[in-house]
Design a protein around this ligand. Sequence first.
Ligand code: NAD
Length: 354
Amino acid sequence: MKIAVLPGDGIGPEIVAQAVKVLDALRREGLNIELEQAPIGGAGYDAAGDPLPQTTLDLARAADAVLLGAVGGPQYDQLDRPLRPERGLLRIRKELNLFANLRPALLYPELASASTLKPEVVAGLDIMIVRELTGDIYFGQPRGIEMRGGERVGFNTMVYAESEVRRVAKVAFDISMKRGRKLCSVEKANVLECSELWKEVVIEVGRQYPEVELSHMYVDNAAMQLVRNPKQFDVIVTGNIFGDILSDEASMLSGSIGMLPSASLDLRNKGMYEPIHGSAPDIAGRDVANPLATMLSLGMMFRYTFADAAIADRIDGAVKRVIAQGLRTADIWTQGCERVSCSAMGDAVVGALG
Ligand code: NAD
């Protein structure tokens, strides 16, 4: 298992170091894991004048999976756009053709009070959102701002080829088979032709998965249902722009940004795994960041790229256990719990691996 480790900026190196402790523990058990580290984002710019240095991209291409911390920081905000840290991230996703973005929104019962919704609505929440990541209105042509009839007009194009819908739908059905066998496809087929095709293709793909209960929902209704009764969902599959909005909405149901992992996969299940949060420059270098989203991202790596559910379950289980033991980093701490540092949380997860 070749893993490219890209810590990035801000808290990135601190949180990734905790996940590497888990990998080291697995290596000591005899697992054949090769790790190689490279700079990305601001660190890439500092090292090579490029947020995605060629050597980093080569390493990521050669690896089976990529573990990423986070990128960005105020010291890079004045750089020209192509040199900004976030560009490195967009480029690596595109270069590796990571078209399927998996964002679980899950909430441990012990953390239910962190949500802005009532505990009974969100306790035990466990949704997987599969978002198409390389198509849709974000990439469609033509696009631009131009003068028409004496005023400026802005325009973008929502476009999906059926092959793009088919491959992401297949990923979502495969995941549904490993979970609750319930998939909801979200679009706006009552208004948009692009969505009409999306729905047709998802139904076609669904014929190969008769065990999965497929439903369809318009995006406006889905946005409402996610806060009304989020536990009705198991897996959601949707396009790039709808997924962008819904996955942020769903992640906030859990209230704690430091707990949420993500994966972005290519056609062969090679993936890049990263927490959904940013580089948190406000707390960087103080050993207080929450490393659990990164740990859970590592769990996803074993589940989806290495197809090793046993190790994935051990990592997820270890995170559950440290939460149940009452250990909390500052961001999720509440009265009566034990406040621990980022590195102590990392050690606790290693200790709880079982
Ligand atoms: P952020 O996610 O970095 O931080 C938002 C808030 O959440 C901050 O108060 C921060 O301290 C806290 N937080 C985030 N992760 C945490 C963790 N693991 N433990 C404890 N607290 C945590 O978002 P931001 O402040 O809007 O952005 C900061 C920088 O990160 C910017 O440069 C932005 O461009 C970048 N960013 C990067 C990514 C990424 O690498 N994927 C994503 C979002 C933002």
